[in-house]
Design a protein around this ligand. Structure first.
Ligand code: NAP
Length: 508
């Protein structure tokens, strides 16, 4: 459904203005109106009655007529910030109507307290949206929401915490075949459902202009420009990344920027997946065509695959799954390509000696990549057994840590997490252990690790893990889109985000 009671296109994206101060309220509202014509005004977030009065006075004088304002003064009982009772809530909603709000949101708890069947005569905004929240779980729901008997309400909103992906799909089903149900799957698990809500027939999707007002919300800019929630249709290719945790994954940014830049009708979503089987059952429901696999599922995914690239089998890890005709799952590994491309042009691998420090999952992909490129791999890890196993798998050797100070190598790759945020002051190795012409750190948070700084100070060429991250993601993009990726736009977006994070984290 491309149109709902709130309008079409961007009008179905509702910017949420939520702040304690009236002055900031005005700023956020101005920002919201640059992007959409539907705005929820969270009167309950304003610090006190004086701020509410000031904000509404300003709205009354300056409210643009074209915009649709939804006034909300949610009480604590309904999960909001307003400390007053039902009568005070109504007071502020009536004032909001006088200030130009055509809509208001009224919680089911308030309706129960009012003990009335009709809201006529209360002086509320002409359109009332009944809202039902469950911040703990998604309760059992009817297959279809009966709108009869709800004639008083111009729309019904149901917001419920998703604990499983199937909770989101159950909730979204309620929004089908009607233009006035707002279905809001909450929490991090519910995030993909929130982004797809309009495609599934939801009347509205909420996005905060500044601070999030509910768990798992996506900011207004990202919802509009990165995920393009209002443009997604049943024809849009759905892709994603699965993992646990997934919150800090940069893959959604990387892949979506690529789609936007190359004008692809596709979207890439972050799926918080605890249980693989449950996610895989949901693939047809969401129409997923491919997904990246990250920790802790890179090995576990094997048993669900119908086919697998021999190299991924050899490495023993899959980071890319393509959903083929009939729902068949094909696995591959682009981490391997990532390491290879990150080093390409920076060192002649053929005939060289490369130390891999660490023997975990990423070390395996790195060891296979450099071996296939013609290098001799020497694995150095704190657990000798793990080092031996990896060395055997690639036909390389094992190196004791003490040998690092004595022997010379062409390259050294750090595949341990030592030096990653939140411990950027640590280095897995000391200056005297870097007797090589190139050091690559697989870590990309921070972009330049302590290890790379030490190497650079010694005049050694350095490669950041972001090169591997970019290359593995670009390889996935090209595999799924079957065309050349807009590399420059993807690189700029990811580097920009990482640099921005670093300025925030930098100690003052
Ligand atoms: P993993 O499977 O847990 O392996 C980690 C390895 O590091 C293990 O060999 C572990 O040894 C070793 N290790 C951990 N702490 C150590 C310490 N204090 N001293 C010495 N060795 C230590 O992790 P992974 O998935 O391979 O990831 C490793 C790193 O690569 C992470 O920082 C990750 O962010 C990065 N990575 C980057 C990319 C990219 O695209 N750039 C992709 C994947 C991974 P034990 O077995 O003895 O614990």
């Amino acid at each position: 459904m491309e149109r709902s009671v709130f309008g079409a296109g961007r009008a179905r994206i509702c910017a949420v203005v939520a702040t304690p101060r009236a002055k900031e309220f005005r700023n956020l509202l101005r920002r919201a109106l640059q992007e959409t014509t539907t705005v929820e005004l969270r009167l309950d977030w304003l610090a006190n009655d004086r701020e509410r009065h000031e904000a509404l006075e300003w709205l009354r004088k300056f409210a643009p007529r074209k915009a649709t304002f939804i006034a909300t003064c949610r009480r604590r009982r309904g999960g909001g910030e307003f400390a007053g009772g039902a009568a005070e809530e109504l007071f502020w909603l009536i004032r909001a109507k006088e200030a130009g709000c055509a809509w208001c949101d009224l919680e089911v708890e308030t309706m129960e307290e009012l003990r009335t069947d009709s809201l006529r005569g209360f002086g509320l905004p002409p359109k009332v949206m009944l809202s039902i929240h469950d911040f703990r779980r998604t309760p059992s729901l009817p297959a279809k929401l009966k709108m009869t008997g709800r004639g008083e309400f111009a729309a019904v909103k149901i917001a419920a915490m998703s604990r499983k992906l199937s909770d989101s799909t159950r909730l979204l089903r309620l929004a089908r075949d009607t233009d006035r149900v707002v279905a809001v799957p909450m929490g991090e698990v519910g995030l993909p459902g929130r982004i797809l809500a309009l495609r599934e027939g939801g009347a509205l999707v909420y996005a905060p202009v500044a601070a999030a007002t509910a768990p798992g919300q996506v900011g207004l800019q990202d919802l509009l420009k990165l995920y393009r929630a209002h443009e997604l249709t049943r024809q849009t290719g759905v892709y994603g990344v699965i993992g646990d945790p997934i919150e800090h994954s940069l893959s959604p940014l990387l892949q979506n920027i690529g789609y936007v830049s190359a004008k692809k009708d596709a979207v890439f979503l972050p799926f918080l997946v605890e249980e693989l089987g449950e996610f895989l059952k949901m693939l047809p429901e969401f129409g997923v065509k491919g997904f990246s696999v990250t920790l802790p599922h890179k090995q576990k995914i094997f048993r669900y695959l119908d086919e697998c690239e021999p190299l991924a089998e050899e490495i023993g890890a899959v980071n890319t799954v393509t959903v083929k005709k009939g729902g068949k799952l094909a696995g591959s590994n682009t981490d391997y390509v990532g390491v290879f491309r990150a080093l390409q042009g920076k060192i002649e691998l053929t005939g060289s000696r490369v130390v891999i420090f660490g023997a975990g999952g990423a070390a395996r992909a790195a060891a296979f990549a450099v071996t296939k490129a013609g290098a001799e791999v020497l694995v150095c890890a704190r657990r000798e057994k793990a080092a031996k196993e990896l060395a055997r798998a690639v036909g390389g050797g094992v190196l004791r840590r003490s040998a690092l100070r004595k022997e010379k190598f062409e390259a050294l790759l750090n595949a341990t997490p030592v030096g990653m945020y939140p411990h950027p002051a640590s280095s897995p190795l000391e200056a005297g252990e870097l007797r090589c012409s190139l050091v690559m750190d697989l870590i990309y948070r921070p972009l330049e690790t302590k290890l790379l700084r030490i190497a650079r100070a010694r005049g050694i060429k350095t490669v950041s893990g972001v090169e591997m991250f970019l290359a593995q993601g670009i390889a996935q993009w090209e595999l799924w889109m079957k065309s050349k990726a807009p590399e420059r736009a993807m690189r700029t977006a990811v580097l920009g985000k990482l640099r921005n994070e670093e300025t925030k984290f930098r100690p003052t």
